[in-house]
Structure formats: C-alpha cells, structure tokens
Write a protein of this length. Structure first.
Length: 343
C-alpha cells in the first residue's frame, strides 16, 4: 500500500467517511468508520495532512486527531462544496474535502480551545434564555389580551400584567386561564434569573481575559461583545486585515460587479450572525449616546448622519468597530480614540 499523504474526513454523529490519497493523488483508502474506530485508526497512521469541514464537533475531533502528530485543517463547508462531483453522498463529500484541503488559496478555520468553546456555549445559552424570555412575554401579553387585559409596552407593562396574574383579583380572568398564566410567569422568572447568572459568568470571564478587557475600551463594546470577539476569533492572524474580519462577520456590502462597473448592495449578512447583531447594537448605543451628549467626540458620525439614516450609520460604525478590534487583537495594541476619526 502506498503511503497516505492527505486524508479527507466527512464527520457525522456515528458514521465517519474516510478518503485518503498518496503523493500522486491516487486514492489509497476509502472506507467508513464507526465513532469508536476513529481515534484508533488515526493513531496507527504516520503523520499526514487531514481536512475536516468546520461544524459543531469538528474542533473536538481536530484537537484529538492533532494529538497524534497529524496536521489538521478545518474548512468552511461553503468553500468545500464546489469540489463535490455530481451527486452528494458521504464518499463524495470526503473526496471533496481531501481535494479542497490541498488547495493553496483555501481559507481555513482556526481550531478553538475547550475554554473558547465554553465561552461561546455560555453566549449561546444566554441567547437561548433571551429568546425564551421574549417568547414568554409575548405569550403572556397575547393570552391576557384575549380577556381584554392589555398593558403598555416595555418592561413596566409586563410587570403590570404579572402583578395582575399574581393578585388574581381581576374578574375577567377565569381560574383555569390564571393557572396557565401563573405557570408562564414562573417560567419567565426562571428565564430572567438564568440570564442574570449568564451575565455574571460572562463578566467574570471578561475580567480574567487581558485581551477582552483591552477591547472594552472601544466605544460601543462591553463585556458581552468583547468576550464574544475573543472567543470567536482564536487566531486574529487568520485574517489578512480588519476588512477580512468585517467581511467574515457580514458587515460589508455585497458585490455584483462586472465589466469594470462596481455595483454594491446591502450588507452580505454572511458569517457570524451573533457577532454582527452584537456589534450593530453596540454601534446604535454609541449613536444614541452621542445624540444625548453631543457629537463633539464623533465628527465622523456627524458627517455620516448628514448623508445617511441612523441604521446605515450604525452598520458603518459596526464595521469600523470590527476593524479596530482586529487591529488591537492582531497587533496587541491599545485603543486609540483617533481611530474613530479617520482623516
């Protein structure tokens, strides 16, 4: 058997497809492995290049396989898809991964550490709790509106509804309906406590990270955004510039240019949706604060808001914040206020 040089691995929950080639590019191994067979298989092989599509479990497998001396590279699935021939199946996917990992212009995903994955899990859990809180609030409002009980929007309005549920003095609310609403109110209270606990844990991790604390100096960036940036970007040098990071987050315009004519549309919304949402919210907070205290510290925003709407200005500011964050992480620099005021 020829020596294996490159392997493409199509991972799944229990069945893993292997496609290995030699130095001449000829297939050497094509087989399926069960989950318990994966690590023993790679332990027996001499060190080689291994390609895996980046997904939920890919970072774990990359760390485990790399411990045997192999060079493991993760790739975005959308960049691997063009190498799939005709019909899609596990064998074709593994072959495409094996081909894509050898391309000199392929972009790779840095392997995350268990700590970084834990922080991202904390952020995702908090996001889930926030969605549950919103869903419960909407359900309580809708159910009570069916009985003619309506309160104002916002936090105070919800508190009024919860107070009426707890008191049980409203004759318009039948007993069976009140029992259901009490259960929803208990779930809402639990979701609120879980969000506060997640915020506390995020803040504790933020204070323990030097990079995260340094990013907090950027206007519009707090512990939540700073910790999410640090955990989501394990290797800032993987991006050639701040614009590449901004494009990965999805904050740059879509292009449909041809014949020397540039056509730019709205933002691409590709990549990390969670980071994009946080950065836009942070930018909106900067604009809101600037309206309250004046724009003396942000003349760039003044000129931009004279030409564009608030939402477009927020996208532009979020783009700039992402670029500044990349520069600070990649170059180990401190924040300079002049960065927000381009010449």
């Amino acid at each position: 058997m020829n020596e294996v040089i490159t392997i493409g691995v199509d991972i799944a929950k229990n069945v893993f497809q292997i496609h290995a080639v030699d130095a001449a590019g000829e297939p050497v191994i094509r087989r399926q492995l069960r989950r318990r067979q994966v690590l023993p298989f790679f332990k027996k092989l001499p060190p080689c290049l291994i390609g895996i599509e980046a997904c939920a479990t890919s970072h774990y497998w990359a760390r485990e396989i790399a411990a045997f001396g192999h060079e493991v590279r993760l790739m975005p699935p959308r960049y691997v898809k063009p190498y799939v021939k005709r019909n899609k199946n596990d064998a074709a996917d593994a072959e495409a991964i094996c081909e894509a990992v050898t391309r000199p212009n392929m972009r790779f995903v840095p392997i995350k550490t268990p700590e970084q994955q834990s922080v991202l899990m904390l952020h995702r859990s908090r996001q889930l709790f926030v969605r549950q809180r919103t869903s419960l609030i909407n359900a309580i409002r809708a159910h009570m509106a069916e009985f003619g009980i309506v309160a104002g929007i916002g936090r105070n309005g919800v508190e009024v509804l919860l107070k009426r549920i707890a008191e049980g003095n409203d004759d318009r609310l039948p007993a069976p309906a009140r029992e259901c609403l009490m259960a929803l109110a208990m779930q809402l209270e639990l979701a609120k406590r879980q969000i506060l606990e997640a915020d506390r844990r995020v803040l504790a991790w933020h204070r323990s990270s030097k990079i995260s604390k340094r990013l907090e100096a950027i206007p519009g960036v707090g512990p939540l955004i700073a910790s999410a940036l640090v955990a989501s970007i394990p290797d800032p040098s993987a991006f050639r510039s701040g614009r590449d990071l901004s494009a990965w987050i999805g904050l740059v315009p879509k292009q449909h240019s041809t014949g020397g004519k540039e056509r730019l549309g709205g933002i691409s919304k590709a990549g990390n949706r969670y980071l994009r949402t946080l950065l836009v919210i942070g930018a909106l907070s900067v604009i809101r604060r600037a309206k309250q205290v004046g724009y003396t510290r942000h003349p760039w925003l003044v000129r931009l808001l004279e030409r564009r709407s608030v939402k477009i200005a927020a996208i532009a500011l979020a783009n700039k914040i992402a670029r500044i964050a990349w520069a600070m992480m990649a170059r180990n620099e401190k924040f300079e206020p002049s960065r927000l005021i381009p010449v």
